[in-house]
Design a protein around this ligand. Structure first.
Ligand SMILES: [Zn+2]
Length: 722
């Protein structure tokens, strides 16, 4: 079967897949004909053929926030051609492809006549770098074969069945410019054969085991794994480093065959802890390098990539600007590595139990482990860490699945009690998003944890609270599915589930909703910008959210939320500003309250201010940032302006700068305060505001109390809020 995919670049270039005029001449470079029909036709002339390969790089010093750390390339007979990850996002690893390139830019021709990448160094750390793809024809791999990180090998059925161990060749190398590793070959072999093997053997119930053999001597290479240019790290995308090590130690890629290359912390690799090729499944092989970390967490993680796993991610979903547990894929983004429950996140020293979504991807959930009902019912999930019972509940919404598991701080997860926020004690849900959905950027080899407590901000990695609350119905898939945990004990979690809208289940009671008070808007001091038609000024909104407790009878949580937004204030005319304060119920239902205010900017010359100026010293002059570029100013001590404003509040728009002095403010005849307008740079801002709480008219008097060479006072106008 061959299928054609129109890629991102093709859509951009207006190229229709399959329209390329070309001759495909064997593997590698194809001979292009001079095509008539303009630039679009010419873009699709160059073809490469090979297998789609991917590698994950793990930068612990600067983990990408958006999960975009998987580099994609096509392995051709002439070498590797990196392509933007999104261009082949829906093509499986290991698939044979015929890729039409959008242009020759980024490629070079080898002496054998094939194309390889010729990318700027820094581009190699960027998954969206590479040669743009105009079209791709995919030939899926034959049944029974697996990706090895270097092409496709026939699977070893013994490895696939868990009857034979994955064999790991450990090589300690010293790249040029690197230091001699302090970890010996035998200690790295020991890490793989003991800790790494113990982890994977336990998680997979013996389906994946590792044996390790060390290459006896340290290999000094002439190629480097990484380069650093101006602080930017790029990993080798030519494959030369791998090829050199492989030929030195006579490593042959194959099913269940892995090469672990260990070197002492190599400065040009920056914070990258390790890197591994991505396999197509449990019988895959692959290559890995490790930048100084002789640990189960890092080596075991990279070998996890080799057997087909991506990362353990968290989904960060919002609706109307409020975080919710579940939303359509387009309303969610990925928090890379944030599902810290297992080895496929940043595992540090706590390699928790492999999550149920990863277990399913590896084909390790059997009929006893899981249930996937389509009715309304109840199950008791035994802890994930105790194989033998029912551990996984899966609910489906079309091709999207919700995978429910229950974790306790026992066995491989006993560290959970010591690291609250790092791992989830309780019931969690992972979403398996249909990767073939149009426009999906989600990958089936990664797992996506939903945040069961979206109201907690989870502002940094390792401080997440993602377990579901007890005794609350949680809606998923827009309400088409639902869950309620009724109890959690050491023996199991009782989970009521619903396949259908809430009305189909008599057990359903809507979760208590938060209440949101009407937002109050206020002018606040701060920088502003002006156009001829309006000033844009800071407006702060304040509202209270009362969230009922999930525990019956307990007091609600009260919180005051604020948002400061830049809002329009029309020049001489009212602008309508609408603000909606929102909060989410535990099932994601949004509750909001709306407020409307009118804002207006009145310049110093408008008759609406009814301004009167004291007779001394006022001139009209240029002031940076003032409406119209000019405003009235004075450097005479005692000079004043008096004007009237109407509204619930107002803000003074005044100049400030190095030669500006102090100004006394009087409202309705009473002295209020003195403002210092001294600042390094000259500009106009909202210098001071006063809110009254109700509508009224007020008289304002401003007096220059400094004067002289450092006593400038510039009055550009007022903003009002009604
Ligand atoms: Zn990784």
């Amino acid at each position: 079967m061959r299928l054609s995919v129109t890629t991102r670049a093709a859509a951009r270039a207006g190229v229709v897949a399959g329209s390329a005029l070309s001759l495909v001449a064997g593997v590698g470079l194809t001979t292009a004909l001079a095509a008539p029909g303009g630039p679009d036709a010419r873009r699709a002339q160059l073809h490469v053929r090979g297998t789609v390969e991917r590698l994950h790089l793990d930068d612990f010093s600067a983990p990408t926030t958006a999960g975009d750390d998987e580099i994609t390339y096509v392995r051709t007979s002439g070498g590797l051609v990196q392509v933007p990850a999104s261009d082949l996002a829906q093509v499986p690893t290991g698939a044979s492809v015929d890729v039409g390139l959008a242009s020759a830019a980024g490629t070079t021709t080898t002496s054998a006549g094939a194309l390889t990448s010729d990318l700027a160094g820094a581009a190699n750390h960027d998954p969206e770098a590479g040669v743009d793809v105009a079209s791709v024809a995919v030939t899926p791999t034959a049944a029974g074969t697996v990706a090895t990180g270097q092409g496709v090998a026939a699977a070893s059925t013994a490895v696939a069945a868990g009857a034979a161990a994955h064999s790991v060749t450990v090589v300690v190398v010293k790249p040029p410019g690197g230091t001699t590793p302090s970890a010996s070959v035998s200690t790295v072999v020991s890490t793989v054969a003991n800790g790494v093997n113990a982890y994977w053997s336990s998680m997979t119930r013996g389906a994946v085991t590792f044996t390790a053999t060390g290459w006896p001597s340290i290999v000094s290479t002439s190629n480097v794994p990484c380069t650093m240019t101006n602080g930017s790290v790029s990993v080798s995308s030519t494959g030369a480093f791998w090829s050199e090590v492989e030929s030195t130690v006579h490593f042959t890629p194959g099913s269940g065959k892995h090469l672990v290359v260990y070197f002492a912390g190599f400065a040009p690799c920056g914070g990258i802890a390790g890197l591994g090729t991505v396999g197509s499944g449990i019988a895959s092989g692959g290559v890995v390098w490790i930048n100084g970390y002789n640990t189960v967490g890092v080596i075991g993680h990279e070998l996890g990539h080799n057997i087909g796993l991506g990362h353990s991610q968290e989904l960060d979903c919002t609706a109307s600007g409020v975080r919710v547990m579940d939303a359509a894929p387009a309303s969610c983004s990925v928090r890379n590595y944030w599902d810290t429950n297992d080895i496929m996140a940043l595992s540090w020293n706590n390699e928790g139990y492999l999550n149920a979504s990863h277990l399913r991807y590896l084909g390790l959930l059997n009929g006893t482990d899981q249930v996937a009902p389509s009715d309304n019912g109840v199950v008791t999930l035994t802890p994930l860490e105790t194989p033998g019972g029912l551990r996984v509940l899966t609910l489906s919404d079309g091709a999207t699945r919700y995978v429910v598991e229950f974790r306790r701080p026992i066995g491989a997860d006993s560290w959970l009690t010591s690291y609250p926020g790092w791992g989830s004690d309780g019931v969690t849900v992972r979403k398996e998003i249909d990767p073939t959905a149009q426009g999906s950027t989600y990958s089936s080899d990664e797992s996506y944890l939903l945040d069961g407590n979206p109201a907690t901000p989870d502002t940094s990695l390792g401080y997440g609270v993602t377990s579901l609350p007890v005794n609350v119905w949680i809606d998923l898939a827009g309400g088409r599915l639902g869950l309620r945990i009724t109890s959690e004990t050491a023996g199991g979690a009782v989970v009521e589930y619903r396949n259908g809208l809430p009305g189909t289940d008599p057990r359903y009671t809507p979760p208590a909703r938060p209440t949101v008070s009407t937002p109050q808007g206020a002018l606040v001091a701060g920088s502003m910008k002006v156009t001829t038609s309006a000033a844009y000024v800071p407006l702060r909104w304040t509202y209270d959210v009362s969230t009922p407790s999930a525990i019956e009878g307990a007091a609600p949580t009260m919180a005051t939320r604020t948002a400061t937004l830049t809002s329009k204030a029309g020049n001489g005319v009212f602008s309508t500003i609408v603000f909606r304060g929102s909060a989410a119920a535990s099932d994601g239902t949004l509750v909001s309250a709306r407020a409307i205010v009118l804002t207006r900017y009145l310049g110093e010359t408008t008759s609406k201010l009814n301004a009167s100026w004291s007779r001394r010293g006022w001139i009209t002059a240029k002031v940076a940032g003032a409406m119209g570029g000019r405003t009235r100013l004075t450097a005479t001590k005692g000079s004043a302006v008096v004007f009237t404003v109407a509204g619930q509040g107002f803000g003074l728009v005044l100049g400030h700068g190095a030669k500006y002095g102090r100004v006394a403010v009087y409202v309705d005849g009473h002295y209020v305060r003195t403002l210092s307008l001294r600042a390094r740079h000259t500009a106009v801002s909202v210098a001071w505001t006063r809110m009254f709480g109700s509508y009224g008219k007020h008289t304002v008097r401003l007096v220059n109390v400094t004067g002289g060479s450092h006593g400038t006072f510039a009055f550009d106008g007022v903003v009002t809020l009604t």
